[in-house]
Design a protein around this ligand. Structure first.
Ligand SMILES: Cc1cc2nc3c(=O)[nH]c(=O)nc-3n(C[C@H](O)[C@H](O)[C@H](O)COP(=O)(O)O)c2cc1C
Length: 183
């Protein structure tokens, strides 16, 4: 089996992350992997925000604003502090006669997947999260998104502190069939 297949089959999302996160040229290279997403009509319909340090606290304040009670605000405010870095994947759709927005959002999602794989290969861990925060207007505005843009997800990034229990993976026959059906 090739290294790539091995890397894909051994990947998992890791929620327990600690410092360090990637930096400098290594971080650039990981982001370049996201930019290799298939992209119908080469629209580049995505962009990314890298948030760390004080930025994570500011993001926590932004998240906290969406809570209704002091307890909720406190919980939301601590969420971004679960990793030393968050990379926000944003779909920034372009108007094109042959490329509907859903294809552009799918391109962002593929890039996020590549980023997760690249992180793993470089010795880091990542976890894609959304929750209602990704769709909240206050959060979107606070992060500087334009009206037509959307958040594909927050990739929490860092060094794996402890691996989560293995996720059961489906057998191919459970989800794949031949068409037309073979007798
Ligand atoms: C679009 C998207 C949004 C997600 N949002 C969350 C989330 O908010 N919270 C969460 O615990 N997992 C979320 N997940 C799932 C995890 O990232 C992860 O895929 C899942 O826990 C299964 O683990 P695995 O990737 O190791 O198979 C999301 C996944 C996707 C694709």
């Amino acid at each position: 089996m090739t290294d790539v297949i091995e890397a894909i089959l051994s990947r998992s999302s890791e929620p327990r992350l600690t410092a360090p996160a990637p930096s400098g040229e290594q971080l650039e290279k990981l982001l370049e992997c996201a930019f290799r997403a298939p992209d119908h009509a080469i629209l580049r319909p995505w962009r990314y925000l890298v948030i760390e340090g004080e930025g994570l606290k500011a993001l926590g304040e932004l998240f906290a604003q969406t809570g209704a009670t002091p307890e909720e605000k406190d919980k939301l405010g601590r969420m971004p502090l679960r990793a030393p870095m968050i990379i926000v994947g944003i779909t920034s759709p372009k108007s094109h006669p042959k490329v509907p927005e859903i294809e552009q959002a799918m391109s962002t999602a593929v890039g996020m997947g590549y980023l997760l794989l690249a992180l793993r290969d470089a010795g880091f861990g990542g976890m894609w999260r959304t929750g209602m925060l990704a769709y909240n207007a206050q959060v979107k505005a606070g992060l500087g998104l334009a009206e037509h843009e959307s958040i594909a997800g927050f990739v929490y990034v860092g060094t794996v502190a402890s691996e989560k229990p293995a996720v059961p993976r489906p057998a191919v026959a459970e989800l794949v069939s031949r068409w037309p059906a073979q007798s």
